[in-house]
Ligand binder design. Structure first.
Ligand SMILES: Cc1ncc(COP(=O)(O)O)c(C=O)c1O
Length: 368
């Protein structure tokens, strides 16, 4: 029986041909395909500027650099995310200040954020976790604080018709292999602010003046995206809405199959939101009869391979614990990190397979 996995990266013949065309063109890096990709993504997001980079981590780093974060500044973010949300804050020499999340949608709780604001707060990074966008208006406490949207999981989602990535002052996308659209490794920073755009463009290319080669006006990295990878990504921009719809159909099937089960919490949909369902994440309630580990082993025996995002909150990782964080600091995050489980929801999964996964869950929920 085929393995039903939480993600299944796939490439088409068209993408393979596009890669071959780049290889034959002789221009492999920051050439015409990267430019076309930036324009196409800017059109899709209705954003003024898109700066392609070689990962979502680079895009977040570029966002903090563009925002002018300096050593000693404080940046507030969530402990319930992938480590790449927080590490770039440390790269800037700034302090990571965690705030707890909201138990309904797993995103930053504005009240918890407000309590962490000090005179040193210079930015807030919200994460549109699993593909559910945050209402960044609720995080706008002070105009001098730059709002950054970690939309690495959220391409295709939107709030009140505004696309994820454009909901804050700066957004970051990831095109890592398992993302809704992907090229193996890649990312992009999105902004409507021309100053942020210019700074990020320099930053990704060693601080080089954008119109003068070998003229370096600032510090920078090599965060350039190759045309080889851009060629894989470009045709997918047109497919984003189709991919989102395919994920939504599968999410609705889970909702229908599991909706009556009180021992499992299903993803909550915020109002006026299009959720991209990068993950379909359930929460095992205390009444669920077996532990998450036991459930995962039963699912694995039946050829189902879910994901756990994330089993250890960031503040309890050695990397951040050394700054004085302790167990008990963020109770909502700590509880959910023990209870969440992401079920396969990508477009390669058939509805019959979703029904099969649901049946196994219903069966396990009845264990005495
Ligand atoms: C929430 C979040 N932030 C940041 C990243 C980092 O992106 P990348 O792996 O492309 O560097 C990812 C994805 O991996 C992510 O899921």
């Amino acid at each position: 029986m085929k393995k039903i996995c939480v993600s299944q990266p796939a490439t088409t013949r068209k993408q393979i041909e596009a890669v071959v065309a780049v290889l034959e063109s002789g221009q492999l890096v920051e050439g015409p395909v990267v430019s076309r990709l930036e324009q196409s993504l800017a059109d899709y997001c209705e954003a003024k500027g898109v700066v392609a980079m070689n990962s979502g981590t680079a895009a977040l780093h570029g966002a903090l650099y563009a925002a002018g974060i300096k050593p000693g500044d404080e940046v507030i973010t969530t402990p319930f995310s992938f480590v790449a949300t927080a590490n770039p804050i440390l790269f800037m020499g700034a302090k990571v200040v965690f705030a707890d999340i909201n138990p309904l949608d797993y995103n930053l709780d504005p009240k918890a954020v407000e309590k962490k604001i000090t005179k040193k707060t210079k930015a807030i990074i919200g994460v549109d976790l699993y593909g559910q966008p945050i209402n960044y208006k609720n995080l706008r406490f002070d105009r001098s604080i730059t709002l950054i949207e970690d939309a690495c999981q959220a391409i295709g989602s939107s709030l009140k018709g505004k696309k994820a990535g454009t909901l804050a002052d700066i957004g970051a996308f990831s095109f890592y292999a398992t993302k809704n659209i992907m090229c193996g490794e890649g990312g992009a920073m999105v902004t409507n602010n021309p100053e942020f755009d210019l700074r990020a463009r320099r930053f990704r290319n060693h601080g080089q003046d954008v119109s003068k080669r070998y003229q370096y006006v600032d510090v920078g990295y090599n965060y350039r995206l190759t045309d080889i990878l851009a060629a894989i990504l470009l045709p997918q921009i047109k497919e984003i809405d189709k991919i989102t719809q395919a994920r939504q159909v599968r999410a609705q099937r889970y909702q229908k199959n599991l909706g009556q089960l009180t021992s499992i919490g299903l993803p909550m949909l915020n109002r006026d939101t299009i959720h991209s369902f990068h993950q379909f994440t359930i929460t095992l309630q205390d009444s669920f009869p077996v532990s998450r580990e036991k459930l995962i082993s039963i699912l694995n025996e039946r050829n189902i391979f879910p994901g756990t995002y994330y089993p250890t909150p960031l503040h309890l990782q050695p990397q951040f614990k050394k700054f004085g964080y302790r167990l008990g600091d963020f109770p909502v995050t700590e509880r959910l990190s023990q209870k969440v489980l992401s079920l396969p929801v990508h477009p390669k999964i058939t509805l019959a397979e979703i029904d099969y996964v649901s049946e196994v869950l219903l069966e396990v929920s009845k264990i005495k």
